[in-house]
Design a protein around this ligand. Structure first.
Ligand SMILES: Cc1ncc(COP(=O)(O)O)c(C=O)c1O
Length: 397
């Protein structure tokens, strides 16, 4: 399967999806797949949710676009909902995770600049972190492989080892404008930040005048079992970035800003033509209202615990092929041992009608829709166990 007119910048699986419902995607031959990656942690309420579809249809008949030269109804409502639920003072809307992080980097530098601290412009990020593909967010991303051939990248970025409390003291100084961290790293293979690490990071940022940015693009919007990841880990950042699941598939990103920094960006400092578009904002608002009715956070904790137990049982049963699982809520990683490869396991699962993701360090990544049922989790775990056992037996021959 190929689409020669599409730029070949992705290694796509040879399957073409035409529709979806709930936790299932359907390909052009009518085959149904249990989706345990949800468009990379996007479709939290599953595919083609009827109430989201209605909200999008209603809004697109009323007003699709007016630009940020004016106010429009859904973005104001969405900002109110997000600030009320998070306790942050203001929201900025954009279209993706990488843009949300660009906004946070710019705001952190401008806040220091406005205070007259012209040399405070370093953004400290962490090993294993992933913050996006635009040049600023890419510069913050630690993994050098993503950067090959794209030099020169913007200056003013530094990295410290993730989850290493002792290294923080030397890494944060009077030139640090902000520290950016994922409460649970997704792309690098699902690595949760230790809570004592986040507490010490918070303490040092406050003490030394650096802003703390939580990149909740992948782990936010309910994935860890609370609406915001910072609520799950018990540490409050100054800026929070989100995207992916916010619009349940409609493109929208956001930066939430604590009141102390809400004046840092003034008219003309930053912007986006489409950011907070009425249709995407209407989808995000519908998402928030639907999740309230579903008591989604309690559900995520229950099914997430079942998935974690299932993965742990696989690791106990097949220790030669997989290691103990990592993660929180419904963002889970199962590290695979050589000679087995996570990518090959994902391929075989796909052939059996189950979609999973992979992450750095030979890891199988699970990020199913948050509405996934216990039965679907059991099915998924049984399929992973069977594929790993089968591949392991073949490798051992
Ligand atoms: C933690 C994190 N930040 C930022 C991004 C970039 O988001 P986007 O692809 O929407 O630009 C991602 C994407 O995977 C991510 O996982």
């Amino acid at each position: 399967m190929n689409e020669p007119a599409l730029l070949a910048n992705y290694s796509r699986a040879p399957v073409r999806f035409v529709s979806g419902d709930g936790c299932y995607l359907v390909d052009e031959e009518g085959r149904r797949y249990l989706d345990a990656i949800a468009g990379i942690a996007v479709c939290a309420l599953g595919h083609a949710h009827p109430e989201i579809a209605d909200a999008v249809a209603r809004q697109s008949r009323r007003l699709v676009h007016a630009s940020n030269l004016y106010f429009h109804e859904p973005s104001g409502d969405l900002a109110r909902e997000l600030t009320r639920r998070s306790g942050f003072a203001r929201a900025f809307f954009c279209n993706s995770g990488t843009e949300a992080n660009e906004a946070a980097i710019k705001l952190a530098r401008k806040a220091a600049y406005r205070r007259g601290e012209r040399d405070r412009n370093t953004i400290l990020a962490f090993s294993g972190g992933f913050h996006g593909r635009t040049l600023g967010a890419l510069a913050a991303t630690a993994n050098p492989e993503y950067k090959i051939g794209f030099a020169p990248l913007p200056e003013g970025f530094a990295w410290a080892p993730f989850n290493d409390i002792a290294a923080l003291d030397a890494a944060i100084d009077d030139r640090t404008a902000a520290c950016i961290v994922e409460p649970v790293q997704g792309e690098s293979g699902v690595h949760p930040a230790r809570e004592d690490f986040l507490h010490e990071l918070r303490r040092l940022c406050s003490e030394r005048g650096a802003l703390l940015i939580f990149d909740e693009v992948q782990c936010g919007m309910g994935r860890l079992g609370d609406l915001f990841a910072f609520q799950s880990v018990g540490v409050r950042p100054d800026l929070l970035t989100m995207a992916k699941a916010l619009g349940n598939g409609l493109p929208i990103g956001a930066m939430l800003v604590d009141g102390a920094f809400a004046e840092a960006l003034q008219p003309g400092d930053h912007g986006s033509t489409f950011g907070g578009s009425p249709v995407s904002a209407a989808a995000a608002l519908a998402h928030l209202h639907i999740r309230d009715k579903l008591d989604l956070d309690a559900h995520v904790r229950t099914v997430g615990a079942r998935a974690m137990e299932g993965l742990a049982a696989i690791a106990r049963a097949l220790p030669a092929y997989v290691e103990a699982p990592r993660g929180r809520g419904l963002l889970l990683g199962l590290p695979v041992r050589e000679p087995l490869r996570a990518v090959a396991i994902a391929e075989e699962l796909r052939e059996r009608g189950i979609l999973v993701g992979t992450g750095g360090g030979n890891t199988l990544r699970l990020a199913p829709p948050l509405i996934v049922s216990l039965e679907e989790i059991d099915l998924l775990i049984a399929a992973i166990a069977s594929v790993v056992a089968g591949m392991g037996a073949r490798a051992a021959k």
